[in-house]
Write a protein that binds this ligand. Structure first.
Ligand code: NDP
Length: 248
């Protein structure tokens, strides 16, 4: 895809960052059933996240070719989305909760563009990723950040899910321990780290766009979660930050 389109895509993420502080996308705890037609949450997650996997895979394999490095980068993207689309939704404990079809449609648009531009770039530019790139500081530093982020994201998501192990599936608890002692949303912090690491290791514009969109989606979402916790639980720890330990 032409570079200027990716810059426009990044520009849209930047514009939506402040907007999403005013409008909390209504899924999970923020779903007020006011956005029209609803769909079961698990099914919604599977559909909207599978699109990223498919669009990435198709645009990558239809490219010019691959190198061991592009295969590893594609593997990281693919592993993340296999987990997000066909493992994570089945392990959530959200009962018969729903989400608006409109959210699923927005996410399908985001995920198909994101998957397409990232797969397309890697598939079209294998020459930028020779074998020596494995030893490049960008690859090594980015991979380290990606792995730390993925670890934090997964541990935090499954910790949250485990809070409902023995109880009702529509109840929320105050999370404690792990990074929850410092921030309200370690899962979002981990995801931001993960795609920042990916942008560093892949060092291309579509990967930067993915990181920008993740920041744009998740900093406001974490802020809404944090505000919600403080309103719902008067005893919620005051010293806890939103999403970046010790900072915000
Ligand atoms: P949440 O933290 O809102 O929810 C995660 C899961 O834990 C849900 O099943 C939720 O249930 C449950 N849960 C959360 N808090 C509690 C609690 N206090 N007590 C009991 N159960 C709880 O995560 P999101 O839905 O925002 O995101 C899910 C994943 O998707 C995250 O890993 C996130 O990083 C990722 N994501 C990535 C985006 C990107 O742009 N890259 C965009 C959006 C999400 P319930 O659904 O019932 O609230």
């Amino acid at each position: 895809m032409e570079e200027h389109w990716v810059w426009i895509w990044i520009g849209l993420a930047v514009v939506l960052l402040p907007v999403q502080f005013f409008i909390a996308p209504p899924y999970g705890r923020h779903n007020k059933n006011s956005w029209g037609l609803q769909i079961n949450s698990k099914i919604g997650w599977i559909i909207m996240e599978l699109v990223a996997l498919l669009s990435f895979f198709i645009s990558f394999v239809l490219g010019e070719g691959f190198t061991p490095v592009t295969l590893v980068i594609a593997g990281l993207f693919t592993l993340h989305y296999i987990h997000r689309s066909i493992i994570y939704p089945f392990l959530t404990r959200s009962g018969s909760k729903t989400m608006p079809v409109l959210i699923v449609i927005f996410a399908i648009i985001f995920n198909s563009i994101n998957g397409y531009i990232n797969g397309d770039y890697l598939g079209a530019n294998p020459g930028e990723y020779p074998l020596e790139y494995f030893g490049d500081i960008r690859f090594m530093a980015g991979l380290t950040i990606f792995c730390i982020g993925a670890f934090i994201n997964i541990i935090a998501d499954y910790y949250l899910i485990s809070l409902r192990k023995n109880g009702r599936q529509d109840v929320y608890h105050i999370p404690k321990g792990f990074l929850f002692g410092r921030i309200s949303c370690p899962n979002h912090f981990g995801e931001i780290l993960e795609w920042t690491g990916f942008a560093i290791l892949a060092w291309n514009l579509p990967a930067l766009a993915f990181a920008a969109w993740t920041v744009s989606n998740l900093i406001p979402r974490a802020w809404h979660h944090h505000k919600w916790y403080k309103q719902k639980f008067p005893e919620y720890p005051r010293e806890r930050k939103v999403v970046f330990p010790g900072v915000f």
